[in-house]
Design a protein around this ligand. Structure first.
Ligand code: ZN
Length: 151
């Protein structure tokens, strides 16, 4: 990856960390889950309002490192207004991207989530980026068990 692109990605992550989107619990929600990543001390709590088959609203709370906060913030923007199938497919692409596997078509679907591509080189930080997505999955599966990236 070029130095310029890395700098741009770093700026986007830091900007979302400073100014997270959709931060705060929802008053009305249909799905909810909490996750934590003990390796880094990241905690995230997701609130979703799903109507029919579509994510109408999403909010998050929690405290984590810059990567975790930015990933949660970008997740909320990425899934709002999407169908559950699209959300599932996006999650799969996101995890594949972190494993270093993605095509040009995936890039288009991932959009701003591409800022985490560089993390493939920092395996210790991958869980910081995936925590929000794993928590989302738990919320949608309506699992009451807290998510831990250790398992
Ligand atoms: Zn972290």
């Amino acid at each position: 990856m070029s130095q310029n692109l890395q700098d741009l990605y770093r700026k986007v992550v830091l900007e979302h960390n400073r100014n997270p989107r959709n931060f705060g619990a929802l008053e009305n929600f249909t799905h909810h889950a909490k996750g934590n990543n003990p390796l880094c001390g990241d905690c995230v709590e997701l609130f979703l309002q799903v109507e029919g088959n579509e994510v109408q609203q999403v909010g998050f709370e929690g405290e984590g490192c810059a990567i975790c906060n930015a990933s949660s913030s970008l997740l909320t923007e990425a899934i709002q207004g999407q169908s559950l199938q699209q959300v599932h497919s996006l999650h799969q692409r996101f995890e594949q991207m972190l494993a270093g596997e993605f095509s040009a078509q995936d890039e288009q679907e991932l959009g701003p989530l591409l800022v985490f591509t560089g993390l493939a080189d920092f395996p210790a930080r991958l869980k910081c980026a995936t925590l929000a997505w794993r928590t989302l999955q738990a919320a949608l599966e309506n699992s009451e068990a807290p998510v831990s990236t250790e398992s």
